[in-house]
Write a protein that binds this ligand. Sequence first.
Ligand SMILES: O=P(O)(O)OC[C@H](O)CO
Length: 413
Amino acid sequence: EVEITWWHAMGGALGDTVNQIAEDFNASQDDYKITPVFKGTYEETLTAGIAAFRAGEQPNVLQVFDAGAATVIGAKGATVPVQDLLEQNGVAFDIEDYISGVRYFYADSDGKMIGMPFNSSSPIMYYNVDALEKAGVTPPKTWEEFKTVTAPALKEAGYIGLSQSHLPWIFTENFHSRHDLPFATNDNGYQGADGTKILVNNDAIKAHFSAVKDWKDNGFFEWYGTGWSDNQTPFEEGKVAIWLGSSGSFGGLSKKDLPFEFSATFLPYWEAVTKEPRQTFIGGAALFAMAGKSDEENKATAAFFEFLTKPETQYMWHRETGYVPITTAAYEMAKGDGHYDRAPAAEVGIKQLSLPAGENTKGYRMGFYVQIRDVMNREYGRILTGETSVEDAFKAIEDEANGLLERFAKTQG
Ligand SMILES: O=P(O)(O)OC[C@H](O)CO
């Protein structure tokens, strides 16, 4: 039996489902055994993976999140492109099996799939059905509606209107996609690292953050920190009526037996910015086969990836977690099984990813982006606590991000 390891960042209920997938794979055959190891947050898992690679102690499979994609794809020699791995080991592979938003997200500039798509998500709007009913409002379609109708009514009914769990992901990266605004030059960075500059310092997002700060000041919004659960917990406790989070939190929330009914729908948009709101793009992570492993172990990894792409495995993962079905076959299987008749909100993520595309809606490819997010989190925190102005914060983000992008471009030769 060939043994392989899988480092991942899936905690709580998600981790239970990861363990279940590994158990199912191990039980499905006698040749290979995979051991999943939880390494902490996405950032911690990536850092641990890089350090381990340098020490020659890397796992066979490393989960890397969207923000680390450019860095890991650009780290030539650190991974075996998944497309090569599968083909070399006789596993049939067709990129067209994947839904369009997933197909090239972890591919290189030639369209070759480098990372194995695994947990793809979208940020969606969760809401407390009881709270909205009590306030006499429906889920807001636009931020204008939130500001003038929803939030004041919720406040009157005793609720904080809104919290969200990831300012860079939801209020920055997907903000640009939802409003079809360019996020970086060079086609959002996809044309290559050379000369790529971030376009985050723009009027639409500055107006958004000014509004968010106003909402915080008058009790329509609260920011509890950068931790995912810092902002999710007050929603679960019924303090906050609307929470923006990952579709990948749907399964965990459903299993929690909350003291109120919850549902979910699309992210609001600013009508003043666009009359045609667009799709969001995938978040979450992919699985990378680390280089430097024996042929035997690589074969085991390929067998595991083959198991992962089976519609049954995909559907099970989607159903249990809320991450979107990443292959058309899995989506069809979920529909055929009546999953969305039983839980309509479970389809919101994939539906939002399937809204009309625009010029700027397929995501971004920026190196050292994990560090860029740190800069954003620092400055956004300072905006919300009143330590800096929106104007100065975005100037600082633009300057520091462009410095990081320039440094990354130099590593790409
Ligand atoms: O919580 P996830 O897995 O949906 O990921 C959210 C973001 O994409 C992380 O960068």
